[in-house]
Design a protein around this ligand. Structure first.
Ligand SMILES: [Zn+2]
Length: 70
């Protein structure tokens, strides 16, 4: 597992959702602003019960970047 896979995804600048590089709009918030400068991944199954999701303001289940931006 030495291959770098992080750049297979980009993060939504508005809600931090991780989408594939090819995606044009964010499936979570509909934004078209993305960045490949992100780090850390959190997978949210139940935003209601996840303290981290609440901390990050995540309301929709999915895969998110913990840190967005350079
Ligand atoms: Zn978004």
């Amino acid at each position: 597992m030495s291959r770098k896979t992080s750049k297979a995804f980009k993060a939504c600048l508005k809600c931090r959702a991780l989408v594939t590089i090819e995606a044009e709009t964010c499936p979570v918030c509909g934004s078209k602003d993305f960045t490949t400068e992100w780090s850390g991944v959190i997978i949210v199954f139940d935003p209601e019960k996840s303290a981290v999701a609440k901390l990050l303001g995540i309301k929709t289940p999915g895969r998110y970047a913990i840190k967005v931006g350079a």
